[in-house]
Design a protein around this ligand. Structure first.
Ligand code: MRU
Length: 337
């Protein structure tokens, strides 16, 4: 995504890899819808988008001559008020699990001056800082990657899901640059197929050797000794290390424990929610059943099929061998207070 004078440009991840379409978002409501519909997804990217959404809200609350060119007169209070709190609430409710969303919104609201210029500058700082954190995570996490590693990952945690480089995929990227990656197993990630559509897209661009696999292949790969390390991202990490991430992550952690494979979570500290003691407090998004019952708009289940479709699950901290943030490699027992 990128800010372009008076709007937010965003690669529509719903259409990848078949079509590379850039959305032009001009209101905070459009940003909210893009987050809800997953045109942008991945915890850090959602946070960055929400911050830009606040800039758009500030812009629309400004005088009509104001076009983001720095011409708007600033004052101590800035624009503030109802326009921004409406945007805050609307954006915060767009996806509940990734804490980066509310973290970014709170950071904007804590600005001493809620002018468009100040909000835009803060959104850009959030984006810049996320990129820097990901490179640090890649550097620190790559130390956990053995030579000739066979790495299994889930969902998409790469450039698309962040400001760039990625978290779990960032570790894979850095380790690949160091010549340590023999092979990546990329879980398809039912039902939205972020692995099959998006991680494959990124891995191909970087020339990293991989196979996409159906999610259910993970167990037999581990049993065959074909996985040396599992690395996954996070949407919210509780104070005790319990970690919400894409549905299916917990299953991988249980499998990894059973097969003696290290299971690593990679996330910036902006994904840590120290206000909650454990994972039972993490809100888990439930998404529409249509994500399961239809493929490419075609019904694949009998009409009337009831569906339970949680977007995330929680992996207990004691199943996680290490949590890599930009501040270091954390080991259990975790305490992020
Ligand atoms: O539903 P999504 O695609 O937003 O879920 C994304 C994940 O679960 C990622 O692993 C997580 O947000 C970390 S992205 C760096």
């Amino acid at each position: 995504m990128e800010w372009s004078s008076d709007h937010l440009r965003m690669l529509d991840q719903c259409l990848l890899p078949q079509r590379e379409v850039w959305l032009e978002l001009r209101t905070w409501e459009e940003v909210r819808d893009a987050i809800r519909d997953m045109a942008v997804r991945g915890a850090p990217a959602i946070g960055v988008a929400a911050a830009y959404g606040m800039a758009l809200a500030a812009m629309s609350g400004a005088p009509s001559s104001f076009a983001g060119d720095g011409s708007c007169p600033e004052n101590e209070e800035g624009i503030g008020g109802a326009a921004l709190s409406g945007a805050y609430n609307g954006l915060a409710a767009s996806r509940p699990t990734a804490v980066n969303l509310v973290w970014a919104l709170d950071r904007i609201m804590a600005l001493p001056s809620l002018t468009f210029d100040a909000i835009l500058a803060e959104a850009q700082a959030i984006e810049r800082e996320d990129l820097a954190m990901n490179h640090k995570i890649g550097e620190l996490g790559s130390a956990l990657v053995p030579v000739a590693a066979q790495i299994l990952t889930i969902c998409n945690t790469g450039s698309l899901a962040t400001a760039g480089h990625g978290t779990a995929l960032g570790i894979i990227r850095t380790a690949h640059q160091q010549g340590k990656v023999k092979h990546v197993w990329s879980c398809e990630t039912r039902p939205r197929q972020q692995g099959l559509r998006l991680t494959a897209w990124e891995l191909l661009q970087d020339g990293i050797p991989f196979h996409s696999i159906a999610d259910s292949v993970a167990a037999s790969l581990m049993r065959a000794g074909s996985v040396d390390l599992v690395v996954a991202g996070a949407d919210r990490i509780a104070a005790n290390g319990d970690t919400a991430n894409k549905i299916g992550t917990y299953m991988l952690a249980v499998l990894a424990q059973h097969h003696g494979v290290p299971f690593v979570i990679a996330a910036p500290t902006t994904t840590i929610d120290a206000s909650i003691p454990d994972g039972s407090h993490i809100p888990i998004e439930e998404r529409a059943g249509i994500e399961l019952t239809e493929a490419e708009g075609i019904a694949i289940a009998p009409t009337g099929t009831p569906v339970y479709n949680p977007g995330f699950d929680v992996t207990p901290g004691d199943l996680i061998s290490a949590i890599v943030t930009e501040t270091g490699v954390h080991r259990p027992p975790y305490s992020f207070r």
